[in-house]
Design a protein around this ligand. Sequence first.
Ligand SMILES: [Zn+2]
Length: 210
Amino acid sequence: MTDTVVKTLPAGTIRYDEVVAARAPWSGLVRKGEILRLVDLEGQQAIDFLCYNANDAADRYHAANTIKIPGQVYLNKGSVLWSVHAHKLMTIIEDSCGKHDTIFGCCSFALDEVRYGATNPESCQRNFERELAKHGLGPEVIVSNVNFFMNVPIEKDGTAGIADSLSKPGDYVDLRAEMDVLAVLSNCPEALNPATGSGPTPIRVQIYHP
Ligand SMILES: [Zn+2]
């Protein structure tokens, strides 16, 4: 795997380090003050991401609050992931890509059928359901998510769509947990639009303990 991006290492020690296969989901507890690093190992790979107050899943990521509070539709360094109760869940403290989406949600079998008349063997909706079930949570807690490394330009007339990703091999985001959070992600399996470049590829997940 190529890795062309020079990374600044977060302070602390790595307590978790795993490569998540193409098309696979992942979840984990990130404690307050810890840093979750997501690495797009080969570039142009969307990571669909949700997070929850680890002690109250109803206090979950809220895309509209995340957009409204700063008045900015794209996420990048300094962006806060806000909850439905307007609590800070996580903050993006480093970002080598510079532009991430949180308006377009995740892929699903049903959506693929409507948009493309075809579907993929896997979907982010299915991945979220599988991963949340491990924590005793049902599909009702799935909400409009963050799409790290996904490029969704919005034109002046309001036109929006998934364009080629700006993410290079090795691009990363560092997310500091502002409370104990359950992080859940889907390494997007979509192959019918540019969300995964020329096809789904692996990512790396690391957790740094301060
Ligand atoms: Zn997807």
